[in-house]
Design a protein around this ligand. Structure first.
Ligand code: SF4
Length: 502
């Protein structure tokens, strides 16, 4: 894989043949994915669509000491308003002097649509430099300038001669893809081209001992690639897990400083917590700098946390120490969650979220005693095949690939009647309105990862399930906008496989 010479990366429909519409069993999904034929499935009716610009901002808005320029009409990136407070707080957890999200919009209107928006972009770059003196200016390109053909890279090339901040163009126009996760590639593409040094940086002169110490430290350092949905306490848990086998962590890209990306080329190993998020980045770092990577699973639930640690330990020849640590942790965990098991036993759960995370959560919830009755994911690609294919307990249950599509979610909830819905905060609202207790799949101020994440999740779950009366009452006072006839139909009635090659 080498797309770095290109101005923009390919979208995931092209690069991974990813799928955004499917309704059928988990077993069948994996089979079709392995045959490479999921990409042909269409939706005859679509209620919602994700925008990769907004998902790109979920990462970019976290970067410290940067100004984000949204090049487009003022509405593009408006969702950043909801992130500003969280991001400032979380930046300050890394650096108490951090300024939080600084965000400029070029406010394109009808005149710019006709005459072009390049001068507005140039003015915004110069304004950002003069006003804020940031380390980086990150430009996200929206649909309008892409459609009218603004030459973003030409403007950047000129402006870079006049400003000290590194300018990072990110080509993430929403209309270009139905697979929102293309955003991760767009962001990493911008970082790889503009924040990662193209040649090794010559360090200040060091003594022989200092050079050896530095070399040893680098040989025990892993880049752990975080995601914006993780909390700081999730990161502390990952640090704890890897310190147990004597490793140092360089945590990227979220909440990092632009200079931190230089260090990314010095680590011994890249470790992802989610292949959907990171494959583009780690493949390029391997190609350009020879850094190997581990991309296999996410440290959620016992099975996958064990695997995550053991895969890393194997690379460093520390399997025995890792296994001792795992045995001790799992024993303590078993004792800690024993009081909750009766509350969970046999309860039926539907899970929605990212493809990797929903499968890991299915394993986790099964371990806690739940019966898994359905899964939903925003898209599906090859990265989930191993995890989904090995979970026999869910082979026959329905899997719905849908970017949002709350009408399908409502139908599944109505007909499967789960005792619990686990999903993203925003999508949980639909289940909550149907009287189903809900819990977030992640939260930026709560712990989900590793062994302590399992305990914390179980503790929160027990509290919700002990008294679900809020959602029961909620249902009696609100209703969803669907006719009864919709609930009588198959939830996947609008998914069309007719063009699929068998
Ligand atoms: S889809 Fe296009 S116009 Fe809409 S918010 Fe995203 S980038 Fe802006």
């Amino acid at each position: 894989m080498d797309y770095i010479k290109e101005k923009a990366p390919p979208v995931r429909e092209e690069r991974l043949r990813a799928c955004n519409a499917y309704g059928g069993s988990c077993g069948n999904l994996v089979e079709k994915s392995k045959k490479g034929c999921l990409n042909g499935i269409k939706r005859k009716f679509s209620q919602t669509q994700g925008c990769q610009l907004n998902l790109s901002l979920a990462i970019i808005n976290t970067i410290r000491d940067a100004v984000v320029i949204v090049h487009g009409p003022v509405g593009c990136g408006g969702a950043s308003l909801a992130q500003a407070g969280v991001n400032k707080g979380f930046q300050k957890l890394r650096d108490s002097n951090a300024r939080g999200l600084i965000w400029v919009n070029t406010n394109m209107g009808e005149n710019e649509v006709v005459q072009g928006g390049e001068s507005r972009l140039r003015d915004a770059i110069l304004h950002a430099e003069k006003e804020f003196r940031p380390s980086a200016i990150i430009i996200v390109n929206s649909c309008v300038p892409a459609i009218i053909g603004d030459d973003i890279d030409g403007v950047v090339e000129q402006a870079q001669k006049e400003v000290k901040a590194k300018i990072v163009p990110v080509h993430c126009e929403g209309f270009k893809t139905k697979i929102m996760a293309s955003a991760y590639d767009a962001v990493y593409h911008g970082i790889l081209r503009n924040l990662i040094p193209h040649e090794k940086i010559i360090q200040d002169e060091k003594t022989e001992l200092e050079a050896l110490q530095e070399k040893y430290r680098a040989s025990r350092t892993v880049n752990v690639l975080n995601v914006s949905s993780m909390s700081r306490i999730d990161e502390y848990e990952l640090v704890r897990l890897l310190k147990a086998i004597d490793l140092e962590l360089n945590i990227l890209p979220c909440y990092a400083h632009p200079d931190d990306f230089q260090k990314a080329t010095e680590a011994a190993l890249n470790v992802s917590i989610c292949a959907t998020h990171d494959d583009y980045f780690v493949e390029h770092l391997k190609e350009k700098y020879g850094i190997p990577f581990i991309l296999r699973t996410i440290p959620i639930g016992v099975q996958y946390t064990n695997r995550w640690i053991l895969d890393i330990a194997k690379f460093f020849g520390a399997e025995e120490a890792a296994q001792r640590f795992i045995d001790q942790e799992v024993k303590q965990l078993e004792e800690a969650i024993a009081p909750f098991r009766d509350i969970f036993k046999g309860k039926r759960v539907l899970i929605g979220g990212g493809e990797i995370r929903v499968v890991a959560n299915a394993e986790l919830l099964h371990y806690l005693g739940f019966e898994i009755i359905g899964l939903r994911a925003y898209h599906y690609d090859q990265f989930a095949d191993e995890m989904l294919g090995e979970q026999d307990i869910i082979k026959q249950i329905p899997f719905n690939v849908a970017t949002g599509q709350p009408f399908e979610q409502a139908n599944l909830n109505h007909n499967l009647k789960p005792d619990l819905y686990v999903g993203h905060v925003n999508t949980n609202v639909w289940a909550a309105k149907q009287g189903i207790p809900v819990i977030p799949l992640f939260h930026q101020s709560q712990l989900f990862l590793g062994y302590t994440g399992i305990y914390e999740f179980a503790r929160r779950l027990a509290r919700i399930l002990r008294n679900p009366s809020f959602n029961r009452n909620f249902k009696d006072n609100v209703h969803l906008p669907y006719f009864e006839e919709w609930y009588e139909k198959d939830a996947f009635s609008y998914i069309d496989e007719s063009e699929l090659q068998a």
